[in-house]
Design a protein around this ligand. Structure first.
Ligand code: GLU
Length: 343
């Protein structure tokens, strides 16, 4: 076909305009990111609000002064302030990664079909929520980030024996963290000795047909998964793997399929911070998950994962300093995925 000469400059101009429009807002420099992380650390270093969880006796013994922030970008840069080496038990943050393994093994539909992906509007270990889920007409109204759903998700993990299931799960968490993780034996024992309520939830979920396997084995593995030791850098790397399409940005390993990430983040939005999930999302727009050990992870998709560990919790069970520090850093880095700039 013969080209009409005038069209070529026009086409070039159109391409140039399209390129300008497509260029994303300039990313922050490494100095700016470190400045935001250090500023949040300093600002909340001396804050004394909140109290350690004590319904698991070993958690009450963790140093409340422990405070560390780590941020891992999708291009594998690590920013830190405070103590990012001391380990605490991962607690409920583990629920995200067990859910991820179930989806990897059984597909995205397995969770909504078996457990549900809606907020219960109840405490994380509510038994009333189980009763309502049983009666719900439209299907299960529970999710894998509250205890009944989490114990059910653990019961769905594939493996011939308890040992095989456990080893597979720990290896999976370790791939997210980018190093071999291990269990905090003191926390595992302490929670195993005092987890009668979770055992009751396990039995109830079995009685109502949600759990098909042995409910006590599922509750035991769930308790062990909550006892896995992590530091702030581990948690930030786990979050960054979710920010990076399921690929660990430090090791380069594709841990889960990219297509499975949005569903996980959606449930973190719905139920990641217990009863304050809505308040958190309103302020930050970031999928996040907290644990009673004092950690919170948050994900800015395509940008970074961030984690803060600080054991004192507020009344909803979320780390006080972690919420404040992540909110400040996210604002400073313009990381809210819901925000846009008018053209
Ligand atoms: N292992 C804890 C429990 O089941 C986890 C709670 C949490 O971190 O929210 O009670």
């Amino acid at each position: 076909m013969r080209r009409i000469p005038i069209l070529r400059p026009l086409a070039l101009a159109a391409v140039a305009v399209a390129l300008v429009l497509a260029v994303p807002a300039p990313a922050q420099t490494p100095e700016e990111i470190q400045k935001a992380v250090s500023a949040a650390y300093e600002k909340y270093k001396d804050l004394k609000e909140g109290a350690n969880a004590d319904y698991i006796p070993a958690l009450a013994r963790v140093d409340p002064k422990l405070y560390g922030i780590a941020l891992v970008t999708v291009d594998g840069k690590v920013y830190a302030a405070g103590d990012v080496k001391t380990e605490v038990s991962i607690q409920s943050i583990s629920k995200v990664f067990t859910m991820a393994k179930v989806i990897e093994e059984q597909g995205l539909d397995a969770i909504p079909k078996t457990i549900g992906v809606d907020a219960t509007g109840m405490r994380f270990n509510s038994i009333i929520a189980v009763e309502l889920a049983k009666k719900a007409l439209g299907g299960p109204e529970i999710n894998p980030l509250v205890n009944p759903g989490a114990i059910t998700a653990t019961s769905m993990l594939k493996g011939a024996t308890r040992d095989e299931i456990w080893k597979g799960l720990l290896a999976f968490y370790s791939d997210f963290a980018g190093r071999p993780l291990a269990v905090n034996a003191e926390v595992f024992k302490s929670e195993s000795d005092t987890n009668q309520r979770n055992q009751a939830i396990g039995y109830l979920m079995h009685a109502y047909g949600f759990i098909k396997a042995d409910p006590m084995r599922a509750t035991d593995i769930y308790t062990e998964q909550c006892s896995v030791n992590v530091n702030a850098k581990d948690l930030a790397t786990m979050a960054a793997s979710l920010a990076n399409g399921g690929k660990n940005p430090l090791t380069g390993k594709q841990v889960i399929q990219t297509g499975n990430v949005p569903g996980l983040l959606a449930v973190m939005v719905t139920a990641g911070l217990y009863d304050d999930s809505g308040k958190w999302y309103y302020r930050t727009g970031l999928p996040a998950k907290s644990g009673v050990g004092g950690g919170i992870i948050a994900v800015s998709p395509g940008k970074f994962g961030i984690a803060v560990i600080s054991p004192p919790l507020d009344d909803a069970g979320n780390s006080v300093r972690a919420q404040k520090a992540i909110t400040d850093i996210s604002n400073a880095l313009k990381a809210n995925p819901l925000a846009s700039t008018p053209r």
